[in-house]
Design a protein around this ligand. Structure first.
Ligand SMILES: *[C@@H]1O[C@H](CO)[C@@H](O)[C@H](O)[C@H]1NC(C)=O
Ligand SMILES: *[C@@H]1O[C@H](CO)[C@@H](O)[C@H](O)[C@H]1NC(C)=O
Length: 348
């Protein structure tokens, strides 16, 4: 009679030890737009039953969500309050939270890195602004009891950030800004979140070598300032984005810099015509989406010294923007009515 609870306890402890021993990748989805979509009335369904999309991905095997933060967006979407609310939902489901700083009032990507309105542009004051803002935001998550687990200091910053001060015509400024950002995170935290530097075209070794050799040569942004190199990897922006090129580039970056790596953003279409994808052997379908994700996972698992850490699918639920920045018809994991596709289980 009294033996049974003890046996359960031992089983639970063993399960816990085993799960710690086996390296679980970070398997996530960027669901930045979910609260905005829900506010507009969008609903999601699994086999006809309505469910919250964050709960759907959690049941389907994800362990992380990612969300972008803008400094002072005109309508409030993606601001601090918006992200604090999303972090509460994630934590309530047992999901970890990856906060993606854009350091802008709007989209930041390789073609846009607009300095927020009201921020100084001289490098000394700008670096302090970045430090103060980053520290204050990371502290806000901690204060509401939902500390962030991972933080990207800038979004797709291959061409720099906070232009024109942090453009690639001034690598010393980029290094100063990133050093300040990293220390804003570190000084806000007792349990330090993982710090990510995020560039695009992760398959392109020449691009990544150019970026990191220039950045690290300044001697201002140090290897100890960050934990992870994060890369975007999309199949629809050029045929060079093959899994073989990605593997070669990640191996090279790991052997050169010794950092952990993640695929910070990826997608694959389930419907697409007129676009030549980088992996033509993978079918354009929900099954193909799953194959793409599983191929990335096994590629990461095969990298040396367990340096491959995780993958994040970008905006799988964004009904109304189904091409997700591509010329394809849809790269979502749901149909236009919000019904999940089989690819929702890509991490199962
Ligand atoms: C930095 O900001 C201070 C306070 O606004 C200002 O007095 C100073 O001139 C700024 N520094 C530069 C280099 O612009
Ligand atoms: C950053 O915060 C410090 C301490 O609160 C303050 O003295 C400084 O003026 C702030 N600088 C900027 C650029 O926000």
């Amino acid at each position: 009679m009294f033996g049974l609870p003890k046996a359960i306890a031992v089983t639970q402890i063993l399960a816990c030890l085993l799960s710690k021993a086996s390296a679980t990748l970070y398997l996530g989805h960027d669901i930045s737009s979910l609260p905005m979509l829900e506010a507009a009335g969008q609903k999601y369904y699994v086999s006809g039953t309505q469910k919250k999309f964050d709960a759907i991905i959690q049941s389907a095997g994800a362990n992380y969500i990612r969300s972008r933060i803008w400094v002072n967006p005109s309508n409030g979407d993606y601001n601090l309050a918006y992200n604090l609310a999303l972090a509460k939902r994630a934590k309530a489901l047992g999901l970890k939270f990856y906060l993606d700083f854009h350091y802008s009032d709007t989209w930041a990507d390789p073609a846009h890195q607009t300095i927020p309105a009201g921020w100084p542009s001289d490098i000394t004051n700008l670096s302090w602004e970045v430090y103060n803002y980053t520290k204050s935001v990371v502290t806000s998550f901690k204060s509401q009891g939902t500390p962030v687990d991972m933080v990207a200091i800038g979004n797709e910053i291959t061409n720099g950030l906070l232009w024109p001060t942090g453009s690639t015509s001034n690598w010393a400024n980029i290094a100063s800004i990133l050093h300040s950002a990293a220390w804003g995170v570190k000084d806000a935290s007792t349990t330090q979140p993982l710090i990510v530097v995020h560039t695009d075209n992760g398959w392109n070794q020449a691009t990544q070598t150019w970026f990191y050799s220039n950045l690290m040569a300044q001697g201002t942004f140090l290897s100890t300032d960050f934990d992870i190199m994060g890369f975007s990897f999309y199949p629809f922006y050029g045929t060079g984005a093959t899994l073989a090129n990605l593997k070669a580039t990640l191996n090279y970056m790991i052997s050169t810099y010794g950092k952990d790596v993640i695929i910070a953003e990826t997608d694959f279409p389930n419907s697409c015509s007129g676009v030549t994808l980088s992996e033509s052997s993978i079918p354009i379908s929900a099954a193909g989406q799953t194959t793409w994700a599983k191929d990335i996972v096994s590629l990461l698992e095969g990298l040396p010294n367990s340096h491959g850490k995780g993958v994040f699918y970008w905006e799988p639920a964004w009904v109304g923007n189904a091409g997700l920045g591509s010329a394809c018809t849809s790269a979502l994991l749901v149909d236009s009515s919000g019904n999940t596709l089989s690819s929702i289980n890509m991490y199962a």
